[in-house]
Every structure is written in C-alpha cells, then in structure tokens.
Design a protein around this ligand. Structure first.
Ligand code: ADP
Length: 409
C-alpha cells in the first residue's frame, strides 16, 4: 500500500505526535524520552525489514519482437555443400534466376542454366506455366513433366518457397516407376490373353459337341475331347507357371540359407523327366560327376530351374539328338550347363528371352506346350541364388544355357 520511505515517515510522525501529546498532558519527561526513542528504533527496524523494490525491467514491446537479421539460405555456404551432396537434380532460384544448381541438375539441363532465367532452364510447357505464376502466389504443388527431357520419360518438379523471392526446385525422375507400372499392367494383359486363347478353344469345342447332340461319330468326338483336354492342360500349366513366378518374385530378396546338394537336385530333376511322358527324356546325357556340390539354396526352386532349362532343350532340340546336362566346378562356383542340338536362336532375341511371355516363335512354343514363362522363372531363381545366367546359341547348331552358383564353403 505504502512504499518503504512513506512507511518510515508515517511511523516517525506518529511517534513524534505521541511524544508531544504526552509532554503537553504533563507526562514524566524521562519516560516520554524513553518511549520516543523506542518508537524511533521500532520504526527504523520495520523500515529495514521492508523488501527493497527490484529495479525496473527494461521495457519490451510484444508487437516488435527482436529478430536476427535476415540471411539468404541460397547464399549460405552450408547450402552449397548440401546441394552438392544431393543425388537428384536441385536448383536454387532468386528473382527467377538460377543462382545455384547441383551436378545432377547440370547433367540434366546443361551448364548454361546457372545465371539463366529458370523458365528457359527447364524447358517444358507445364514447368514454364507454373514458374510464370510463381510470384502470384500459385500453390506449391507438384508438377508433372511428361515427355521430359525426352519422349517417353516423366519427371516431377517440386518447389519449396524461401523468404523473399527465393525458391528451391527439386526434380525427380519417375520414368523407372512408370516403366514398372507398365510392366505390371502388360503382365496382367498378357496373362489374360494367354488364358483366353485356350479357354475360347475349350468353349468352342464343347458347344460344337453340344450342338451335335450325340450325332457325332466316335472318332470326331474323341478328337474334340482330346483337343479340349490339351487346351485345359495348357491352361493348367500356365496357372502353375504364373503361381511359380509370383512366388519366386516374392522371395527375390530372401537369401536362401539351407545347405543343399546341387548334383542331387539336378539328378532328381532328370529322373522326374524320365518318369514323365516326355518322349525325348531318353536323349538326356547326364554328366553330373561323383562328388556332391554343396550350396545354400531353395531345393524346390533349384529343381524347377533345372527342370525348365532341360525341358526347353528337349522341346527345342532336334528329335534324336543328345541333350547334355553337365555340372562342373569352377573355382568356388559350380556351373550347370544344358546343351542341345536344335535350330538355335538369332542373336537379337537373346537379350529378351528372360522377359515374361517373350517367345522367338510363338506358334512353335505353343505347339510344344510352352507358356513363355520358363526362362523368366529361371532368371528370378538364379538371381535369388546369386547365380549368373548365360545363353549362347548358334543358328542351325544349337543352344547352351548355363548358370553358375557360388558353392558353400
Ligand atoms: P516357353 O515356355 O515358350 O519355352 P521360355 O521362357 O522357356 O518359354 O523360353 C522363351 C523362348 O526362348 C521360347 O519360346 C523359345 O523361343 C526360346 N528358347 C528357350 N530355350 C531354347 C532352346 N534351348 N533352343 C531354342 N530356343 C529356345
């Protein structure tokens, strides 16, 4: 209520008034003097006990915060350092001029872009359109650059706004993702097409048999039934191969950890082919050696790999010619090689043989019960086992398909 000094003045005044009043009313002068002294001492004690007020804090205004001086991120030395480490193209722009570009951006757009207007640096209608609206506060959306920098490719452009009229532009190549999407949809379309062909044949022959209402002779009937059986078998094989390829693809990043014997696996595959209805199985010449060949692998997948390569050699090799299946140690690896004497494959087809549904001669493949997936499955199994697949062929002479795998040490 009162500050320290006012309290002291009031206390001293009250003591003095009390002393004067006591003197005027005829009090004992000694008692009055002692009482006045005690009053002064009490006032001084209270004064010293009162809290000392804190000095006034400097005045600050909430409306005017004290900010560090503004600096440009684009001119900061750490920014240039960061930009250079970025693998994807990145540009810094100030007042529409490219002030900084990393190596990836220079590789993509050319060295001349630094110092140039950004609308001429990124030559694409969608980019130019967006960059012309940048100062009108256009929302910082992602822009698709279709057919950039060449037909068939697609990049995206993202923009981050800094203070002032400064921006960072990020460019990202989406072409590989688009290609993977395209491959996936092509695969579904191809698989549907492959299934539709035998299905149409089956439906056709069943309807014909129904229309004939039992009036067909036995020979025609059994011919139709055998075609239906064959087409259903093709569909079944296709479904088996489709399931295999999806399983093998799903396992692609899981390294096999089970110790297996490759010689035993290949031997079993040959025995299974000999037991099957494969007419040419007797043409197989096995050179598997005596010693076990230990490796880390998936027994079923390696069996399928061997089966697919050997049955291709039997399918496409000339009747009565040998199909040689050989296992050889090559240092710390083992090579499985299957050679046939057939028409061979022209060199331009070789790089595409492991693509799904790729066939050199579609009619020939179908006539021998091929699905066009055998070598794609082989490639995936080989990759999962750190294998190296090689296909060598000479037109008119034959083909040799081989895979090498690391041996377990
Ligand atoms: P398919 O089921 O048609 O045999 P693959 O994926 O196993 O499919 O093989 C793809 C294509 O590669 C085959 O259609 C065939 O044209 C060719 N090919 C594979 N192996 C051989 C071979 N040993 N000799 C000649 N051509 C082959």
């Amino acid at each position: 209520m009162f500050d320290r000094l006012s309290s002291l003045v009031i206390a001293v005044t009250l003591v003095a008034i009390a002393a004067i009043f006591a003197t005027l009313t005829g009090g004992d002068p000694l008692s009055i003097a002692i009482m006045a002294l005690a009053g002064f001492i009490a006032a001084a004690t209270v004064y010293s006990a009162l809290p000392v007020p804190l000095p006034d804090a400097p005045r600050t205004s909430a409306a005017e915060p004290v900010l560090p001086p503004a600096i440009s991120l684009l001119r900061h030395p750490d920014f240039a350092h960061w930009v250079d480490q970025e693998k994807e193209p990145l540009l810094g722009i100030a007042d529409n001029i490219v002030t900084i570009a990393n190596d990836a951006a220079i590789r993509l757009l050319g060295r001349h872009i630094v110092g140039a207007d950004v609308r001429t640096a990124i030559r694409h209608p969608a980019a130019t359109d967006w960059l012309s609206r940048i100062d009108d506060g256009a929302p910082l959306e992602m822009v698709n650059l279709i057919d950039f920098p060449r037909p068939g490719a697609r990049w995206t452009m993202r923009i981050a706004a800094l203070s002032g009229r400064e921006y960072i532009i990020f460019l990202s190549d989406r072409s590989a993702i688009d290609a993977a999407d395209r491959m996936r949809s092509d695969f579904v379309a191809n698989a549907s097409h492959e299934l539709r062909t035998p299905l149409a044949a089956i439906l056709g022959y069943v309807e014909t048999l129904q229309d004939m209402n039992g009036e067909t002779d036995m020979a025609t009937r059994s011919r139709f039934l055998s075609i239906i059986h064959g087409e259903a078998g093709r569909m079944q094989q296709l479904v088996i191969d489709l399931l295999s390829i999806s399983r093998v693809e799903a396992d692609r990043f899981r390294r096999p950890t089970t110790p297996v014997d490759l010689a035993g696996i290949v031997g079993t595959s040959i025995a299974q082919l000999c037991d099957s209805e494969q007419a040419r199985a007797k043409d197989i010449v096995a050179k598997l050696g005596e010693e076990p060949l230990p490796m880390l692998g998936d027994q079923a997948q390696l069996g399928q790999l061997a089966h697919n390569i050997i049955s291709n050699a039997l399918k496409y090799g000339h009747t009565g010619t040998p199909v040689t299946v050989e296992l050889t140690r090559e240092g710390r690896r083992v090579r499985l090689a299957v050679s046939d004497e057939g028409d061979g494959i022209a060199p331009d087809h070789l790089p595409r043989l492991t693509e799904r549904f790729y066939r050199v001669d579609e009619a020939r493949s179908r006539s021998v019960g091929g699905t066009g997936l055998g070598l794609a499955i082989v490639k995936h199994i080989s990759e999962r086992h750190q294998g190296q697949l090689d296909i060598e062929s000479e037109l008119g002479k034959g083909t040799r398909v081989s895979v090498t795998f690391p041996l377990a040490t």
